[in-house]
Design a protein around this ligand. Sequence first.
Ligand code: FMN
Length: 366
Amino acid sequence: MTIRGVHIRNRIWVPPMCQYSIFERDGIPRTWHTVHLGAMAVGGAGLIMVESTAVAPEGRITVHDCGIWNDSQRDAWKEIVDFLKSQGAVAGIQLSHAGRKASVRPDWNYAGASGAMPEEEGGWQVIGPSEIPFDAESKTPRVMGPADIESVISSFRAAARRSVEAGFTVVEIHAAHGYLLHEFLSPLSNTRKDAYGGSLENRARLLLQIVETVRAEVGSDVAVFVRFSATDWSEGGITPEEISSVARWCHESGSDLADVSTGGNVIGVTIPTGPSYQVTFSELVKRNADVPTVTAGLIVDPVLANEIVTSGQADAVYFGREHMRDPHFTFRAAVALGAEMDYWPAQYLRSRPQRVVKGSSSKVAF
Ligand SMILES: Cc1cc2nc3c(=O)[nH]c(=O)nc-3n(C[C@H](O)[C@H](O)[C@H](O)COP(=O)(O)O)c2cc1C
């Protein structure tokens, strides 16, 4: 698949997955990230989207998040990106600001503690479109004024520049899962009365300004994705039809692909999860907005994924947790689909599946 000038060797992709593993609290990725992401590149994934990476310190979900707001972070990412590329994978980065969902404790790391991280422990005052906290445990956001909006846009601009300098050829803008840009999009978290609230055009304004800014910064060769939550799974929330319109506007403003996810902006909702439960949203956005999409969500079967792509419901499939269970998942998928791979790491050649002589000539097996 080729998007802009970016050729991606297959449509099995790794979605962004936070690792909360920067124990030094400086946003600099280290050995964990090299191993975690590197194994998936060795394992044949087409595109690897590195986790939600903060464009500013106060945009982190936790103090253990990755960042790309300074040159040290950029240089650390470059080493990882160089390795991913050396294995033939395309390296993407998800740029994010957590908004009102920032400054929380990663619960697995704090003896079961969760909720807001107080300032005396390293937390900070969070910002958002309106004075509505995410839940009862969360901090109440400070309402963003014009200077905050300017500052967020310029943080995305600088992060996009550093991403390109680090060698990423795909930049994904995180506008899903209840983080800042989703907070602006959804009427459940945005009750502003200014040019950034009210109508869909107004709620989408900040995202579109960021898409335009990022596109201008990365130049014409880098692909820009936007991750959306197509529904809040809640009465009065954002709808798939609205997200289809926003995806089209983003496309007109310079993005190349819509990454269609759901949820994350409000708690206490019922989500009918199950294998491929988000695919219908991808299909709808793809059809309504006429943009390429990637889908994700409990897809583990390569045959099902192949059907999703060949039937035109999505252009590619993100396999998340399945890649954590098996970073060489793409090799297995190729075998399951009887597909020829023109890629296999030289060091692993002796593990390469052999053709089965009996039966169909297209079959391979371990
Ligand atoms: C450990 C973990 C971390 C995640 N972190 C992110 C993230 O940084 N950004 C994001 O947009 N989604 C994140 N997600 C959601 C995944 O990108 C993906 O959409 C989701 O896991 C569904 O795909 P799967 O069922 O194949 O895992 C995360 C999911 C997991 C399991």
